[in-house]
Design a protein around this ligand. Structure first.
Ligand SMILES: Nc1ncnc2c1ncn2[C@@H]1O[C@H](COP(=O)(O)OP(=O)(O)OP(=O)(O)O)[C@@H](O)[C@H]1O
Ligand SMILES: [Mg+2]
Length: 388
């Protein structure tokens, strides 16, 4: 059972919407006229969809959405605004809203958007409650690759924290694939014992299907599942590009989001991951060598025919006191920075502990920025159906 909570100053908006939503089977609707009471109202164990009505000021809504109680209890947020603009959409998506709907359409449109989000929440809940069981029938997840041809820029730190944040607190059914086939360190970063790896999965390749592949995944305590890199570097050879393509396709069937960590290379393995991705996060640090490297590799990707929308720029260790301006970086790379991760000693500390910083120090600025990035990555409602 999931509850939908409608918050608006105008009781008529909430009542009208409730009238339409109540017709849906298995939906419990509650109304609230004040953002101030929301923290208490979400603190019950149901899966909640919170709908913020059009009479609420946007800043107050974004503030309420960021309250710890709402972050931890509300499963999805929907914003209804007088009129949707690109700027507003961007802010809402960054704040983790599942959907933004214009009140300038019909009430039926608002209600059906809310029902879609609610159904998606219930589907995910079933899928993530059964990590080892049956996933949603239409479970075709999004694939996201963390990329940089330069070593040591933070790909594995970002990929592992993204994976964990997606699983918990964001409640997604997430899988992390360690494609650094020779020297993968996701197992170490997450404190996992690699009993079975991608190499073992490839040994039964002829019979491998999604159900079987599940048996080769190692589950982290956050709920994140991982397909770990081979234990011995020479085993990497067994993972050919055609096998890898098939494995990525199978992982897609098993998750809402598949995050892929890659080695510092521009080889066939990395290109296969890029090719199968819905989004590629190119990681750069604030030094000229890294920026130059990123620019060249992104140029190469463009030459190979990948369009600009595929690749997004992530700046790691972004606050280092260097002379580069963010706008200069964007200009040099010809790509927009979508996430900035600060430099913090907590990161190497968490790596050494085998506990990702998003759980080791969740309140730190670095953890918050990684969580924010995970929100960007989290597929919006209905995204699974769009995957080709
Ligand atoms: N935001 C950060 N603040 C401080 N240290 C960081 C940060 N991000 C990464 N590091 C440190 O940088 C080092 C390299 O990080 P990581 O292993 O994630 O890089 P990588 O790009 O995956 O490297 P490789 O290409 O060799 O796999 C680690 O020791 C990590 O602790
Ligand atoms: Mg790495």
């Amino acid at each position: 059972m999931g509850a939908i909570i409608i918050v608006d100053r105008e009781p008529s908006f909430a009542s009208k919407l409730e009238g339409l939503l109540c017709r849906e089977p298995g939906v419990e609707v509650r109304q609230s006229t004040s953002l101030g009471k929301l923290a208490d109202e979400v603190a019950t164990p149901d899966a909640h969809v919170v709908v913020f009505g059009p009479s609420l000021p946007l800043d107050a809504v974004l503030e309420a959405a960021d309250m710890p109680a709402v972050r931890s209890h509300a499963t999805a947020l929907v914003l209804v605004v007088p009129k949707v603009t690109t700027e507003l959409l961007r802010r809402a998506m960054r704040a983790g809203f599942a959907d933004v709907v214009g009140a300038d359409g019909t009430f039926g449109e608002v209600a059906s958007a809310v029902v879609d989000v609610h159904n998606e929440v219930m589907r995910r809940r079933t899928a993530s409650g059964e990590h080892a069981g049956v996933e949603g029938a239409n479970g075709r997840g999004k694939v996201v690759t963390v990329f940089s041809t330069k070593g040591g820029v933070g790909k594995s730190v970002i990929a592992s924290n993204l994976g964990v944040a997606l699983a918990d607190p964001l409640g997604m059914n997430a899988i992390l694939l360690d494609l650094d086939l020779q020297f993968g360190d996701i197992g170490i970063m997450l404190g996992l014992k690699p009993e079975r790896t991608i190499y073992d999965a490839v040994q039964v390749y002829d019979r491998l299907d999604a159900a079987m592949l599940k048996g080769y995944l190692t589950t982290h305590k956050s709920g994140l599942r991982t397909l770990l890199a081979p234990i011995r570097p020479e085993e990497a050879e067994a993972i050919t590009t055609s096998r890898l393509s098939h494995i990525i396709a199978l992982l897609r069937e098993l998750a809402d989001v598949v995050v892929i960590d890659t080695p510092a290379a521009f080889d066939e393995t990395v290109l296969t991951a890029v090719d199968k991705s819905d989004e590629v996060f190119a990681v750069a640090t604030m030094d000229v060598a890294s920026i130059k490297n990123t620019r060249i590799s992104l140029q190469k990707l463009r030459q190979l025919g990948y369009n600009d929308e595929l690749v997004k720029l992530v700046l790691n260790r972004a606050d280092s006191k260097v002379w580069l301006e963010l706008s200069e970086v964007e200009h040099a790379v010809d790509s927009e920075i979508v996430a900035r991760i600060p430099s913090d000693r907590l990161v190497p500390r968490s790596v050494n502990k085998g506990t990702p910083v998003v759980t080791d120090a969740p309140k730190s600025a670095v953890a918050r920025s990684l969580l924010e990035m995970a929100r960007l990555v989290a597929p919006p409602k209905g995204a699974n159906a769009d995957v080709a």
